[in-house]
Design a protein around this ligand. Structure first.
Ligand SMILES: Nc1ncnc2c1ncn2[C@@H]1O[C@H](COP(=O)(O)OP(=O)(O)O)[C@@H](O)[C@H]1O
Ligand SMILES: [Mg+2]
Length: 238
């Protein structure tokens, strides 16, 4: 007598391949849940970073000659410099696209899981001066120290006072070799020391030692991206 329940049963060939086992279904749900959580976290990191421009590396214009090397930018966009706690110094004339590139690279680092904060240096120094008065100074410094990529735009736009230079040193010393700082300045790096020395040469040494050490540099050239106009149609007539 043939054994009952063996032929044509649900355990036959072909059946198992189309079946989603409960454990697999759970796996899919977990994947979806993880994806949703990751995108929520990404959105939160982007919001917290307060990037000034909606810039991404894909939007960087390499056609305008500005001394920008595509392969260097693409490699910086991998954010290895952030993982290595290196700094990045972006310099160039007004309108060259420094803030745009700084924000685009910070955006790239955020996409790779890092936190960031964009702030103009004059604003940072004003905030720190205020926070000293109302007892938030230490908390503010502790918050800044935790940020993966601190973007300091308009660095040395005006020469800092001794107190401001001391505040800068506090911020930068906390980050030295443990976090990345992306400094954006109109002044070439060579002119930073004289600009800081107006405060105190020892402070200037201390700040620049920490900033310039282990730093990648992007020196932009060329005319302002703000003034870019399409070429006049009859430009050949003259
Ligand atoms: N690569 C780029 N692609 C598109 N627009 C750009 C690019 N770089 C700069 N811009 C635009 O040009 C203007 C000046 O750039 P910005 O980054 O503010 O210059 P900087 O900080 O050097 O003064 C901004 O309006 C910016 O959005
Ligand atoms: Mg700018």
């Amino acid at each position: 007598m043939p054994e009952l329940g063996t032929s044509g049963s649900a355990g036959g060939p072909g059946w198992a391949t189309t079946q989603v086992y409960p454990t697999e279904r759970l796996g899919l749900l977990v994947d979806r849940e993880t994806e949703a959580r990751d995108s929520r976290r990404l959105a939160l990191r982007l919001k917290a970073a307060k990037l000034r421009q909606e810039a991404s590396v894909e939007d960087i214009d390499f056609r305008t000659p500005r001394g920008l090397d595509r392969s260097v930018i693409m490699s910086l966009a991998q954010a290895g410099w952030v993982t290595a706690h290196h700094n990045l110094l972006v310099t160039g004339p007004t309108g060259a696209g420094k803030s745009f590139i700084g924000c685009a690279l910070a955006h790239a680092a955020i996409r790779r899981g890092h936190t960031a904060l964009y702030i103009r240096t004059p604003r940072l120094l004003a905030d720190l001066a205020l926070s000293r008065g109302d007892g938030r100074y230490v908390r503010r410094l502790a918050h800044l120290a935790k940020i993966g990529v601190l973007v300091l735009d308009d660095f040395l736009l005006t020469p800092p006072s001794i107190i401001e230079a001391k505040d800068l040193l506090e911020v930068i010393d906390d980050r030295s070799q443990v976090r990345s700082t992306l400094v954006i300045s109109q002044l070439p790096v060579e002119a930073w020391h004289p600009a800081l020395t107006a405060g105190d040469p020892t402070l200037a040494d201390a700040i620049l030692d920490r900033l310039v050490h282990d730093a990648h540099r992007l020196a932009l050239k060329g005319s302002s991206m703000r003034r870019r106009q399409p070429p006049p149609e009859e430009s050949s007539v003259a």
